[in-house]
Design a protein around this ligand. Structure first.
Ligand code: C2E
Ligand code: MG
Ligand code: MG
Ligand code: MG
Length: 287
């Protein structure tokens, strides 16, 4: 019986693997077509100043509407795009589209674009950024590039050069998901970030008495202040977390409490409603 069970388990496992591989192959093929078939769009999530609750900018978040499977999350398809070499062309589309769409917003409103470590390692990135800015007319200081700690995996002279070149274009740089990687503290002093985005795992539960996350956030803020960098707390969901985050010294808040990622039309309404100086209050939007 044990033998039969073993074979049974083995066969089941193989079928699953095969199915997984076929799924994966199909996903890759579909992803290859997605750009040409206009299946991507950007959503935008407000970034709010803790000082006055004004929206200072939006983060562009990529969405893929698959004809059969519906909406596929970037956490599922971005890694696939990175592995099969599609992130370059998708990333370029994101850069151009975000700049073009944000150029229609009031001058003080920025846009943040996520840049994969693979894009960051491409010497063509500065030219892609420059071209997107020129085509859209967006001022460089209104564009913020979000880079994760993953860029430090291949830390070498070329990444330092890339930081310098991007800064010389005049764009802002943000370190995304801070605290989820490994010892990036040493790199903070070398890389010219304008902002640290504190990962939402530190915001989670910070409000609870005795939770250590508040102390960690405070320490990150203190470090950022010393280095002259702003701080955004990510993933703030509850109203009572706003005061805590502000009291811990974060300069900005991003999270469902102020709005979910929304389509461009919603952003336009939001900005128009307040003469361009939208005061953030929780609003419901679609993905
Ligand atoms: P990220 O850059 O850290 O973006 C923040 C993620 O947290 C977004 O997920 C956002 O919808 C989500 N989020 C925001 N506020 C809250 C909240 O209050 N609670 C919770 N639970 N989640 C919140 P999303 O849009 O699914 O994106 C996931 C990740 O995919 C992004 O994480 C980013 O790493 C990547 N990504 C998204 N768009 C792009 C893109 O255009 N290019 C690249 N390379 N990566 C992208
Ligand atoms: Mg981001
Ligand atoms: Mg993040
Ligand atoms: Mg993330």
């Amino acid at each position: 019986a044990a033998k039969a069970d073993g074979r049974g388990v083995h066969r089941f496992y193989r079928e699953e693997l095969l199915e997984g591989a076929q799924n994966r192959k199909r996903l890759e093929d579909d992803l290859r077509q997605a750009l040409g078939r206009d299946q991507f769009h950007l959503t935008y999530q407000p970034v709010v100043s803790t000082k006055d609750a004004l929206i200072v900018g939006y983060e562009a978040l990529l969405r893929w509407e698959h004809p059969q499977r519906g909406a596929i999350s970037p956490t599922d398809f971005v890694p696939v795009a990175e592995e099969c070499g599609l992130i370059e062309s998708i990333g370029e589309w994101v850069m151009r589209t975000a700049c073009m769409e944000a150029a229609g917003w009031p001058d003080h409103v920025r846009v943040a674009v996520n840049v994969s470590p693979i894009q960051f390692a491409n010497p063509a990135l500065p030219a892609i950024v420059t071209s997107a800015l020129a085509a859209s007319g967006l001022a460089p200081h209104r564009l913020e590039l979000e880079i994760t700690e993953g860029v430090f995996l291949n830390e070498d002279a070329s990444s330092e050069q890339m930081f310098r070149t991007l800064k010389s274009i005049g764009v802002r740089l943000a370190l995304d998901d801070f605290g989820t990687g490994y010892s990036s503290l040493g790199y903070l002093k070398k890389a010219p970030f304008d902002k640290i985005k504190i990962d939402q795992s530190f915001v989670r539960g910070a409000i609870q008495p005795g939770n250590r996350n508040a102390a960690i956030i405070k320490a990150i803020v203190s470090l950022a202040d010393t280095l002259g960098m702003e701080t955004t707390a990510e993933g703030v969901e509850q109203q009572d977390e706003i005061a805590l985050i502000r009291d811990l010294g974060c300069s900005h808040i991003q999270g469902y409490v102020y709005g979910r990622p929304a389509r461009l039309a919603t952003v336009r309404d939001q900005l128009a409603a307040a003469g361009g100086y939208a005061v953030a209050i929780g609003h419901k939007t679609s993905r």
